[in-house]
Design a protein around this ligand. Sequence first.
Ligand SMILES: Nc1ccn([C@@H]2O[C@H](COP(=O)(O)O)[C@@H](O)[C@H]2O)c(=O)n1
Length: 193
Amino acid sequence: VAQELVMSDFDMTLTRFAYNGARCPTCYAILEDSVLISGDCKKMLKDLLNKYYPIEFDASRTVEEKVPDMVDWWTKAHELLIEQKIQKDQLARVVKDSNAMLRKEYKFFFDHLDKKEIPLVIFSAGIGDVLEEVIIQAGVFHSNIMVFSNYMDFDEKVEDWRESYLNRYDIVLEKDETMDVPNAILRYITGHQ
Ligand SMILES: Nc1ccn([C@@H]2O[C@H](COP(=O)(O)O)[C@@H](O)[C@H]2O)c(=O)n1
């Protein structure tokens, strides 16, 4: 079945690079600049940025050459962030306090895709939890959005989240490690047995 969709990355593509002369942060920078991160950790993350950012934008290297460095970057950054024991309910505040914002006229873009039932698939090397919060706070996290990104694994009990998941999604699976349900839906939609 042929279907239209829009694919995009996030930082500096859907979000602004700068606003009123001030740099706008990436998802990582939202956390790195926040009160949730200790001074030592900030310094180590900054050192990683100074090392790897020039590699990311080095036009003389191929994508294949850059990939191992980018994997090293986010692996090391994630190890540092894990040590900070960030709580999920702190994210809304740090996003609100940041200068992160979607591009001008973002509302038409997000609302129109949703109205036309065109999926917006966001691939991001940033942090999914933070990225989603930016879109939620802008009021345009519609059901046509799919995000492929790095998500933080918070230490929390299923019970804490069950209700909000049940309110938000048609189906909520617990302790199901199979693809039985998605495969059944796929068979139903495509008529494939
Ligand atoms: N530890 C890291 C890893 C990546 N970044 C930056 O995040 C950007 C994510 O961009 P998307 O277009 O994939 O949303 C990426 O361009 C890196 O510069 C970082 O700051 N810290």
